[in-house]
Design a binder for this molecule. Sequence first.
Ligand code: C2E
Ligand code: MG
Ligand code: MG
Ligand code: MG
Length: 281
Amino acid sequence: HEAKKTRAGFHRFREEQRQDVAARLSLLGELRRALDDPGQLTLNYQPKVAVDTGELVGVEALARWTHPERGPISPADFIPVLEVTNLMHRFTEHVLLIALRQARAWLDAGHRVPIAVNVSSRSLLDPDFPGKVAALLAETGVPGELLSIEVTEYALMNDPDTAIEALHRLLESGVKGSIDDYGTGYSSMTYLKVLPIAELKIDRSFVLDIASNHSSRALVASTVELGHRLGLTVVAEGVEDQEAADALREIGCDTAQGYFFAKPMPAEALTERLPATLLTA
Ligand code: C2E
Ligand code: MG
Ligand code: MG
Ligand code: MG
């Protein structure tokens, strides 16, 4: 009896695994097609704002995939699938090219808009990556100072030597490094000491309840102080309400992102919100 149950369980497990692999393979095939179809993979831009004035100081580019039949598919669902294949390299280049073309369009309209692009561990650790970024900057005529690259702690800890080398080479093009989702990975003092980065982005799990949770507030306050002492800009992500924004202002956090200020939006909508301070001098 037991054996039969176990065998049934095993078959069910195998069947689920098979479906999972099949689903991933079909998603990959569809991503490959999407990369050849400019309408499917686009970018939204979420404002990064100064905590004290609410003024826009830059944007984060966030990938959006609209499948022709299945509709929108979240990056949380397709990025992990890309992460295990070399198709990620094509995707990263695609995202960088759209973002830099947008930065170019804003420059042509008289706006210097700093843009942050998320780059996966796989792409950052690709030895060709810094060279590709330099080539795309040259192709679009965007100064490297306007671009920053957001990488997660995982990417940095996975292969720190290669990550450090890549960040140094990016800096030679003027491109800044930023640690995304800070505090959720293996936060280590060693890498804060050696990594050539310009920004820490505190993960939204610490920001969401900052006004009501004493521990979150203490962790954010000390991270802001740590970042500042290291000469880094500190960004809080996931600011959803006035209370969180107020707490961040009291703490002295420079920059924030979140639904309270603005959701990610298409480039045209963002253009309407560009402040005079980002006008080219
Ligand atoms: P992330 O880089 O940490 O981006 C922040 C995510 O939080 C975005 O989700 C954004 O829409 C969402 N968000 C912004 N404000 C709020 C808020 O106030 N509350 C809440 N609950 N969420 C907020 P999204 O766009 O779904 O992206 C999810 C993740 O997918 C990103 O996290 C990033 O890791 C990855 N991703 C997105 N676009 C790209 C890309 O072009 N390349 C790579 N490699 N990864 C990307
Ligand atoms: Mg990010
Ligand atoms: Mg983040
Ligand atoms: Mg995140």
